[in-house]
Design a binder for this molecule. Structure first.
Ligand code: SAM
Length: 278
């Protein structure tokens, strides 16, 4: 079964000599039914522009287009993929724009019209950096309505982690403060070609119209960073690097100075950031 009239991905890879390169984090999805399923996890794509990072041979790109995306902007670092992406663009006239470049350097906003969704089987080496960028824009709400992203399972667990767990940290707080992340699909290594060493998961994050709790983003970021830099220490010592009055601020925020970062909820971190600012 196929989702479009283009050749199967195995043939595309053979014809275009797209042997996967480890240096570019290339682990391709070859099952078009699976890529269409991932595209559906991004929600209703009709009437939305989609930003895709790292389309590679285009499995997810084809899924996004077949599922009705108004337009897809695909940014790919590997020039070998550009002829394949041009073939997909020809099969979906006016709906796919592929740019050859590094996603960390290209500003996609000049090419996109809201509403915008981001969907990607990310290169693992740049995935977390891109996620942090998308979660920390100068203004909120951000340019995107939702992010639907493939990560190593361990990173996915850090994004949705709750207090009191080992995975809980900066990434969880950053993601959960202004979006509602959830793991929506688990994938074993064999879903990819070549199979990576670890399992993967798709995380869906919907942007909230406003942060869950009031806090200055820069202060919250500094407090969270300091607290988790020394996650085993009591907060009164871990936060001393920020201010000699840290213990006082903890008390103002209603937090026991002997608590550790891992135990504080998002709401408590926001209260602490407000106490530092007051
Ligand atoms: N989306 C394809 C799929 O699902 O089969 C490929 C996924 S593969 C895990 C990651 C893709 O990102 C590769 O095609 C790789 O060349 C590309 N890539 C790696 N680093 C990149 C960067 N900095 N900017 C844009 N693309 C990048």
């Amino acid at each position: 079964m196929t989702i479009d009239n283009l050749p199967p991905l195995r043939d595309v890879i053979a014809t275009h000599d797209l042997a996967a390169k480890k240096s570019l984090g290339q682990n391709f999805l070859l099952d078009l039914n699976l890529t269409a399923k991932i595209a559906r996890l991004a929600g209703d794509l009709t009437g939305a522009d989609v930003l895709e990072i790292g389309p590679g041979p285009g499995g997810l790109t084809r899924g996004l287009l077949a599922e009705g995306a108004r337009r897809v902007l695909a940014i790919e670092k590997d020039p070998r993929c550009m002829p394949v992406l041009a073939e997909i663009a020809a099969a979906y006239p006016g709906r796919l724009q592929a740019i050859n470049g590094d996603a960390l350097d290209v500003n996609p906003l000049v090419h996109l019209t809201p509403p915008i969704k981001v969907a990607a089987n990310l290169p693992y080496n740049v995935g977390t950096e891109l996620l942090v960028r998308w979660l920390t824009p100068p203004e909120w709400p951000p340019f995107w309505d939702s992010l639907t992203l493939m990560f190593q399972r361990e990173v996915a667990q850090r994004i949705v982690a709750q207090p009191g767990t080992k995975a809980y940290g900066r990434l969880a707080l950053l993601a959960q403060w202004r979006s509602d992340p959830s793991i929506v699909m688990d994938l074993p290594p064999e879903a990819f070609s070549p199979p990576p060493k670890v399992s993967s998961a798709v995380v869906h994050l919907r942007a909230l119209p406003a942060p869950r709790f009031e806090a200055n983003p820069a202060t919250l970021n500094r407090v969270v960073a300091a607290a988790f830099n020394q996650r085993r220490k009591m907060l009164r010592s871990a936060l001393k690097s920020l201010s000699p009055d840290a213990e006082e601020y903890l008390k103002i925020a209603g937090i026991k100075p002997t608590e550790r970062a891992e135990q504080l909820s998002l709401e408590e971190f926001c209260a602490l950031a407000r106490a530092f600012d007051a």
